[in-house]
Design a protein around this ligand. Structure first.
Ligand code: SF4
Length: 434
């Protein structure tokens, strides 16, 4: 079904769709989460399908000790559930004996029927009683029925918040930056906070699983990723207050994000200027090089990562691209409000997905570049259209000043490749004519 609903002021009406989704499930986020939290192990409780997805998507290196695996649950009737708990306990015992370095074991639920019947939170509680404090055990769902690929991260962070100590039992964090960031980006932000004089900052998730600072009414938090609705709700349920801002993509987004933090913590204007002036200039210079490639290009976003409104805002405001449609699997109206307000008037916004209808709209609008999932990209390429895989924006460091140029470059790459191939073809054609 395709229903235009209430118009919002800056953009056109929102198309709400409740059809088939063409996105990866929440298990996929383990690929970046296991790299970030270095003493955690993600044990998927799933099927052979889940194991295949993870192995092919993550490309496990055979010489390294992996930090995720799949405990494969075979089909059985309800009477067999008790055995399933025993089997999982045995797998966990074996794993923790072999890998005592694991400090946090994360059980990740999936969507096959045999797993849905299984009470994972009960299993996590039981295993935690046995293995804590040496190994904490927690769980969340990465099921494809409930989650798209970035929502797996949202569920993991929610589980971390739910088991974090309450303030004042432990000193509260002053600021929590919520959203998995590559280490290089985290380091850059940490330096900027230091230069601004903002201390007591916690990144969620951190690089290791040691217990977080307390969370309470004295805690402010800011989202570094736009797909963290459940995490934000969990933090707010502890009394923490959200700092509203654009997301830190591009020079404009990063400055607005840092400015919102500076305002919340009373950072003087000259101190903010001193901390940000040089990296802002570097970001602007880096973007200049890519603008000629993107200025006036017509871009269509399929719903995939929930990063789409922020990416579209960046492309429109900082590179001069034209935005045709911005699809997002789910739109958190409050968190995305600032991004949507900066999109060109009349931009078509779609929430949810009905893939056939959206393919029709993409073909009809004939964009210069389609940002979409891997499953749609190949057929579009076969039609001679240029595409960009949206999952790359989840894997690549793109936040912050120093990455603004890299972010633009991700969009430019397919355009450049096409240009090079076309030139090559032109040379060949000329040679064959002579
Ligand atoms: S969780 Fe569901 S959608 Fe994801 S790989 Fe497993 S079976 Fe497939």
């Amino acid at each position: 079904m395709n229903q235009p609903v209430s118009p919002n002021c800056a953009t056109g009406s929102t198309i709400r769709q409740r059809g088939q989704h063409e996105v990866f499930c929440g298990l996929t986020s383990i690929i970046w989460l296991h790299r970030k939290v270095q003493d955690a192990f993600f044990l998927i409780v799933g099927s052979r399908t889940c194991a295949h997805l993870m192995q092919s998507a993550a490309g496990v290196m055979i010489f390294s000790e992996p930090r995720f695996a799949t405990a494969i649950m075979e089909e059985r009737d309800l009477a067999g559930m008790a055995d399933m708990h025993d089997e999982l306990d045995a797998v966990v015992d074996k794993l923790l004996q072999r890998r005592p370095d694991i400090k946090m074991l994360v059980l990740v639920g999936s969507c096959p029927s045999e797993v849905i019947k299984f009470d994972l939170s009960k299993a996590a509680e039981r295993l935690n009683r046995v293995h804590a404090p040496n190994h904490r055990v927690l769980c969340y769902s990465g099921s494809g029925i409930e989650t798209t690929f970035t929502q797996g991260e949202d569920n993991f962070l929610t589980a971390l918040v739910n088991e974090a100590p309450r303030a004042p039992a432990r000193n509260p964090a002053k600021l929590i930056v919520a959203g998995c960031l590559p280490d290089v980006v985290e380091d850059q932000f940490a330096r900027l906070f230091e230069d601004m004089g903002v201390d007591g900052v916690e990144f969620l998730p951190g690089r290791n699983s040691s217990a977080m600072a307390g969370i309470g009414p004295a805690t402010r938090f800011i989202l570094a990723q736009p797909y963290l609705g459940a995490t934000a709700a969990a933090l707010e349920s502890r009394g923490a207050k959200r700092i509203d801002a654009l997301f830190p993509l591009g020079e404009e987004g990063t400055t607005a994000w840092l400015q919102a933090i500076a305002d919340a913590f009373g950072v003087a204007e000259d101190r903010f200027e001193a901390a940000t002036a040089a990296p802002r200039k570097r970001a602007q210079a880096a973007l200049k090089a890519y603008r000629p490639w993107l200025d006036g290009r017509r871009i269509f976003f399929f719903p995939d990562s929930q990063l789409e409104p922020s990416l579209a805002r960046f492309l429109f405001r900082e590179t001069g691209a034209d935005i045709l449609e911005v699809g997002s699997p789910y739109l958190h109206r409050e968190h995305a409000a600032g991004e949507l307000a900066l999109l060109p008037p009349g931009t078509s916004i779609s929430e949810g997905q009905d893939v056939d209808l959206q393919i029709d709209r993409a073909r009809a609008s004939n964009p210069d570049l389609i940002v979409c999932g891997m499953g749609l990209a190949n057929p579009f390429e076969a039609e001679g259209r240029l595409t960009k895989w949206s999952i790359e924006f989840a894997f690549t460091p793109i936040q912050g000043y120093e990455q603004a140029g890299d972010l633009a470059e991700l969009f430019v790459r397919p355009l450049k490749r096409h240009s090079v191939l076309s030139e090559g073809l032109g040379i060949k054609e000329a040679a064959s004519c002579s």
